[in-house]
Design a protein around this ligand. Structure first.
Ligand SMILES: Cc1cc2nc3c(=O)[nH]c(=O)nc-3n(C[C@H](O)[C@H](O)[C@H](O)COP(=O)(O)OP(=O)(O)OC[C@H]3O[C@@H](n4cnc5c(N)ncnc54)[C@H](O)[C@@H]3O)c2cc1C
Length: 342
């Protein structure tokens, strides 16, 4: 079968912008747990590494279940959420759905969060150092992933920047496509429907084969403002404020606080197991007809957004500085080009 697919154009001189962000990575995976600090109950919900966009709603549901352990009224409870990234916004919306009165406190504007930088295809990788450490953590991960995926799938066609699209894995070996596409893909295989191996001229890539499946794309530039708008429309209050110390957390008027500060939890709550991992994206102008994604490996990919074509390029555990090292720093653009262009 011949696929009428518009070929990508990838070259260093097509780059119009570079963005750098810090993934809130913990080798043990995300933290969802309750901590009692005097009169204040803190529900921790952070540390999603490279998968916080994808997992946000699912780990949010697990975090909200902890309210059952707190002696709080079932609704209309004043609750503070620290953080307005994908995790904080999903948490705040879930709390509102349960009828609570929610205030978000955030140091950064929504468009200044790590979440606003994310490539945001639905692919929760880089959440653990490798695969989950135990069968239990694997089950929690899978449960969160499936719940989150269901929420995003419900948003398709709702005008909030979530859609199904095709994604391709180009490779010269069909075995490597299946074996090398990572444990996340294999474990959550049913969430990537329509798998089909294409060969030769059936795809436009430089490799012999390309594996195609359907996946969810979340356009952060549309999705995050839409979530914020929904939050405010439901009566939520957004306050731009950095909380500097645990004492300041305890001094908040709300007795229940959800900590969704991402990498900020290292400084605010002293979680030294948070070892942020830098990642960078190169932005190209959108290319007409290129509405599909390409996954070369876990951290090198192409994601189409409405206003840009994003090249994801790196997993940089060695640095947390948000430095831009110049276009094509790692020689990665020629590598993406070599695989994607004939
Ligand atoms: C290059 C790159 C590509 C990525 N691609 C994907 C992808 O394709 N799919 C995917 O699922 N994930 C992806 N990720 C990972 C994803 O971006 C993160 O896991 C996710 O954004 C984490 O969301 P968050 O809400 O926890 O943190 P953030 O988005 O960082 O939000 C943290 C919030 O907490 C606030 N805050 C922090 N400290 C304080 C404080 N002391 N007081 C008040 N507020 C505070 C901040 O201001 C902010 O509002 C990518 C990340 C990078 C860097």
């Amino acid at each position: 079968m011949t696929v009428a697919l518009t070929p990508l154009r990838v070259a260093p001189d097509l780059v119009v912008r570079e963005t750098v962000g810090v993934r809130p990575h913990r080798s043990r995976g995300f933290r969802v747990g309750l901590e009692v600090m005097g009169d204040t109950r803190v529900v921790h919900h952070y540390g999603h590494g490279g998968g916080g966009f994808s997992l946000s709603w699912g780990t949010g549901e697990i975090a909200l279940a902890l309210l059952d352990d707190i002696d709080a009224p079932p609704d209309r409870t004043p609750i503070a959420v620290l953080g307005a990234g994908s995790v904080g916004l999903a948490t705040a919306r879930l709390l509102q759905e349960r009828g609570h009165e929610v205030e978000i406190l955030t140091a950064d504007r929504v468009d200044g969060t790590t979440s606003a930088i994310a490539g945001a295809s639905w692919y929760p990788v880089g959440v653990f150092a490798g695969a989950p450490l135990t069968e239990v953590s694997g089950r929690v991960f899978e449960d969160a992933a499936r719940r989150a995926h269901a929420r995003f799938a419900d948003m398709v066609d709702a005008g909030v920047g979530v859609r199904w699209g095709d994604e391709y894995v180009p490779d010269n070996s069909p075995d490597r496509i299946e074996a090398g596409h990572g444990w996340v893909f294999r474990r959550l295989r049913s969430l990537y429907p329509g798998g089909e191996l294409l060969e030769g001229d059936a795809h436009p890539f430089a490799t012999r084969y390309a594996f195609r499946y359907r996946t969810l794309f979340m356009d952060a530039s549309i999705y995050l403002p839409a979530q914020l708008e929904a939050f405010v429309a439901a009566g939520g209050v957004l306050t731009h404020r950095r909380v500097h110390t645990v004492d300041q957390v305890r001094a908040l008027p709300q007795d229940i606080v959800f900590n969704c500060t991402g990498a900020g939890a290292r400084q605010l709550f002293g979680d030294t197991s948070l070892t942020p991992v830098r990642g960078r994206l190169f932005h190209l102008d959108p290319q007409p007809g290129v509405d599909y994604g390409v996954q070369i490996d876990d951290f090198r990919y192409v994601v189409p957004r409405q206003n840009a074509l994003l090249l994801g390029t790196s997993w940089e555990p060695e640095g947390t500085e948000l430095v831009q090292e110049g276009r094509d720093a790692a020689g990665v653009i020629p590598e993406i080009r070599r695989v994607t262009q004939r």
